[in-house]
Design a protein around this ligand. Structure first.
Ligand code: ADP
Length: 393
C-alpha cells in the first residue's frame, strides 16, 4: 500500500460479495483490464485477506450474512494499517443503499448492480488515481520532514560545535595571556629558568591551538587544507614505536600501551602524516576513554599485501546505538560523561583511511572496551576492501 506503483502496475483489488456470480463477473471484468484481483465471499474472509496483503482498493457488497459490508468497513477504518484503503460499496438496485451511512462509515463511493463495465472501471480508476496522488503527497511530506529533521540536527551540532570550539580555543588563549602577563614584569626580570618555563607553556598552548585549528580546517573544508597524499617508504615497526614513545610522555602509566609485531620485514609505502594522524587519534582515544591502570594492546600485522593495525582498549566502550554515527564529524557518544573532546578525531581518521584506499572497523562493548582495526594496502594503488569483512563506509 505504501509503495508507489510502477508504470505497468494497474492495481490490486479485493472484491467482497457473497453471490458467486457477482464475484465471477466482476473479477473477470477487472482481470481483463489488467488488475490483480482477489475474491472473498464473506466479511470475515475479507478481513483476513486484507491482513495477508493490503489491496489498493476494496469493492465491498453491503448485504452479506453475519458481518455486513458496513461492519467490515468500520473494522478496517478502525485499524491504522488498513484505514487508508479506499472502499467502494456494491449494492443491488433493488436494495435501498443508505448512502449517508456508506460515506459515514468511511466508504469513498458506491456502485449499483447490475454493473456497467465503463462505470465500474471509471469509479475504480478514479479512486486509484486519488490514492496514488495521496501516496505521492505522503512520500513528499515524509521526505520534506526527514530533510527538515536532518537540517535541524545539523544546526544543533553546528551550534554545539561552535560553543565547544570556543571553549577549546579559550583555554590555551587564556593560558598564553596569563604567562605573557607574568613575563611582562615591569622591570623585575624573572630568572632565565622561569622565563624558559613560561615560554614552554606558551608554546604548548600555541601547539594545542594549531592542532585544533588543523582539525577544524580538515573537517570543515577539505579544500582549504588540501589533504596531500604523499606515500613514502616507512619502516612501520619503528614508526609505530616512535608514536608510542611520543604518547608515553603524557601517560601516568608508562607501560599502558603494549605493542606487538611478530613480522620481521615491516617496510611499507604510506603517507606518514596521514598515518600518524590515524594512529595518534586512535591511540589517544584508547587512552582517553580507558582507566589509566588498564592495558591498551596495539598490534601490527602483515597479511599478503595488507597491513593491519589493531588497537584494543579496556575502556568505557561505545554504545551499540551510537556506532552507526561514530565517524560523523562532531559526533560524540552518549557515555562520554566529562571526558573532553571535539568529536572530530574519528571523522579525520576515516578520511585518512579512505585516502589510503583502506578500511576501518570496530568491535565494542560498553564497560568492556573497544577494538579498532585499520587495514591499509602495504603499497599504494591497491585496494584492501576486498580482503576485509567490514568497512567504515
Ligand atoms: P573526541 O574528540 O570526542 O574523542 P572522536 O571523533 O575521536 O572525538 O571520537 C568520537 C566519539 O567516539 C568520542 O566522543 C567517543 O564517544 C567515541 N570513542 C572514540 N574512541 C573511543 C574509544 N576507544 N572508547 C570509547 N569511546 C570512543
Amino acid at each position: 500500500m505504501n509503495n508507489i506503483p510502477s508504470e505497468s502496475y494497474k492495481g490490486n483489488i479485493l472484491i467482497v460479495d457473497d453471490t458467486p456470480n457477482n464475484l465471477r463477473l466482476l473479477s473477470n471484468m477487472l482481470e481483463e483490464q489488467g488488475y490483480n484481483v482477489r475474491c472473498a465471499n464473506s466479511g470475515a474472509i475479507a478481513l483476513k485477506a486484507v491482513v495477508i496483503e493490503h489491496p489498493d482498493i476494496i469493492l465491498l457488497d453491503i448485504n452479506m450474512p453475519n458481518i455486513n459490508g458496513y461492519e467490515v468497513c468500520e473494522q478496517l477504518k478502525l485499524d491504522a494499517n488498513t484505514a487508508e484503503i479506499p472502499i467502494i460499496f456494491l449494492s443491488a438496485l433493488s436494495e435501498t443503499i443508505d448512502k449517508i451511512k456508506a460515506f459515514r462509515v468511511g466508504g469513498v463511493d458506491y456502485i449499483t448492480k447490475p454493473f456497467q463495465v465503463e462505470e465500474v472501471l471509471a469509479r475504480i480508476e478514479n479512486q486509484l488515481s486519488l490514492r496514488r496522488m495521496q501516496l505521492e503527497l505522503q512520500r513528499a511530506k515524509d521526505q520534506a520532514l526527514k530533510a527538515l529533521k536532518q537540517e535541524q540536527e545539523l544546526n544543533r551540532m553546528k551550534s554545539e560545535f561552535v560553543s565547544m570550539i570556543s571553549h577549546d580555543f579559550r583555554n590555551p588563549l587564556t593560558s598564553i595571556q596569563g604567562f605573557a602577563g607574568l613575563l611582562e614584569c615591569g622591570g623585575n626580570i624573572p630568572p632565565p629558568d622561569i622565563i624558559n618555563r613560561y615560554i614552554g607553556k606558551i608554546n604548548t598552548a600555541v601547539d594545542q591551538l594549531l592542532l585544533l585549528l588543523d582539525e577544524v580546517l580538515i573537517i570543515g573544508n577539505m579544500e582549504v587544507v588540501k589533504i596531500q597524499y604523499k606515500p613514502v617508504k616507512i619502516n612501520l615497526k619503528e614508526f609505530c614505536q616512535e608514536i608510542i614513545d611520543t604518547l608515553k610522555c603524557s601517560l601516568a602509566n608508562q607501560d599502558q600501551i603494549c605493542f606487538t609485531c611478530s613480522d620481521e620485514t615491516t617496510d611499507a609505502e604510506m603517507d606518514s602524516t596521514l598515518l600518524q594522524r590515524i594512529l595518534i587519534n586512535l591511540l589517544s582515544n584508547a587512552i582517553k576513554y580507558s582507566p589509566p591502570e588498564s592495558k591498551i594492546y596495539f598490534d601490527l600485522e602483515f597479511q599478503n599485501q595488507i597491513v593491519r593495525f589493531r588497537i584494543q582498549d579496556q575502556g568505557i566502550g561505545i554504545p551499540l546505538e551510537n556506532q552507526s554515527k561514530l565517524f560523523e564529524a562532531f559526533y560524540r557518544c552518549d557515555n562520554v560523561g566529562n571526558i573532553k573532546g571535539t568529536g572530530l578525531g574519528l571523522a579525520i581518521v576515516k578520511k585518512c583511511v579512505e585516502i589510503h584506499s583502506g578500511t576501518i572497523s570496530l568491535v565494542s562493548q560498553e564497560q568492556l572496551g573497544t577494538t579498532f582495526t585499520i587495514s591499509l594496502p602495504r603499497y599504494p594503488h591497491q585496494d584492501c576492501s576486498m580482503f576485509n569483512e567490514y568497512s567504515s563506509s
